[in-house]
Design a protein around this ligand. Structure first.
Ligand code: PHE
Length: 346
């Protein structure tokens, strides 16, 4: 019996030395320690021995079993290390300390303008909110006073999802949610929110029309908000963006969710008011629609229109970036043309 154990030990050593993979090692384990393995058989054979012999042989078989188990475990580790080293050897080598041959990325021009405007408004106490891009028809239309079959919907055809939701056509789609989120403002503490976002419309693409564009909307609601507040905030905004003192004028404009509604123009910087091709000889450039929030819209947002008033403005962020950087074709913004997009840094 003991001779036999030595033979098994010897055989195991020889076979182990020839092994190169985890699969082979597993086979070896089964051949020695498996149900019908050599060591297992030896253990079974103990029953044929006298009880004295059993004591000695039993000890020896168990010792051998442990030796083999340990040898297998340690060889398993060795094989894993070998595999790992091989992987490293075969992997491509990078020297992470070599300076990149590529230039660092830049912010998209629309992001630059958006951040700038956010900063301006944050200093004036505005909260920045983030409206959903996929919206319900209710939020996009009904809640801003554009009921079903209202002609204003024609100008804002969009993409309808199979579940009946739509890609929002304007940032105003967030008005209702924001009003409900913050509720009626406290006395002397008007609600001031800025909510930029990506909008979508079914458009025929050309140099000034895109199906995907950015707007930036602002809203201020309180117990004493008037058109003067609106004009003040718009002047601050535009002077900062264009880095000059801008003059503004309001013309009547219709949007179902404001009453009265306006188109806000700024004085043309190119001709300084005398008339040129950029301002179509008028001396003014149409920039953003705005107005006093319609009582129906406040009511639907859970704010009492008899106690509160507010203004809203909707800035075409994409258009503003075009004006600021003198970009002639709106399609460049979504083009991924880095040569164009990376020139703008501030
Ligand atoms: N939501 C309007 C649009 O996309 C813009 C707007 C916003 C007008 C707020 C007035 C007040 O055309």
């Amino acid at each position: 019996m003991l001779d036999n154990l030595d033979k098994i030990r010897q055989q195991f050593k020889e076979e182990l030395n020839a092994i190169n993979s985890k699969d082979e090692l597993e086979k070896l384990r089964v051949a020695f320690l498996g149900k019908k393995g050599l060591v297992t058989e030896a253990l079974k054979n103990l029953r044929n021995l006298s009880s004295d012999e059993k004591k000695i042989a039993g000890k020896e078989v168990n010792k051998l079993k442990h030796e083999i188990e340990e040898a297998i475990a340690s060889y398993h580790k060795t094989l894993e290390e070998r595999e790992y080293l091989k992987e490293i050897e075969n992997a491509e080598h990078y020297d992470y300390t070599i300076p990149s041959s590529r230039e660092a990325g830049t912010l998209h021009p629309i992001t630059i303008v958006q951040k700038k405007i956010e900063d301006i408004f944050k200093t004036m106490g505005f909260i920045i909110e983030d409206g959903l891009e996929i919206q319900t028809e209710y939020n996009n239309f009904e809640a801003v006073n554009i009921p079903k079959n209202h002609p204003a919907r024609d100008m804002q055809d969009t993409y309808y999802l199979e579940n009946g939701q739509i890609l929002k056509t304007h940032t105003s789609a967030a008005q209702n949610t924001i009003m409900k989120k913050y509720g009626a403002p406290k006395k002397g503490e008007p609600l001031k929110v800025l909510f930029p976002g990506r909008c979508f419309r079914n458009e025929n693409l050309d140099a000034s029309h895109e199906n995907t564009f950015f707007q930036l909307e602002g809203m201020m609601i309180g117990d004493d908000i008037s058109i003067s507040n609106l004009i003040y905030f718009m002047k601050v905004l535009l002077s900062e963006v264009f880095e000059r003192d801008v003059k503004v004028r309001l013309r009547p404009g219709f949007f179902p969710f404001v009453e009265p509604g306006f188109e806000l123009d700024i004085n043309c910087a190119i001709c300084e008011g005398s008339g040129c091709s950029t301002c179509k000889q008028s001396g003014w450039i149409e920039l953003l629609p705005c107005g006093m929030i319609h009582p129906n819209v406040l009511k639907m947002g859970g704010i009492d229109p008899d106690k509160y008033t507010g203004f809203a403005f909707g800035l075409g962020l994409t258009r503003l970036a075009m004006m600021k950087y003198n970009i002639k074709d709106i399609r460049l913004f979504n083009s991924g043309n880095l040569k164009q997009l990376k020139q703008f840094t501030r």
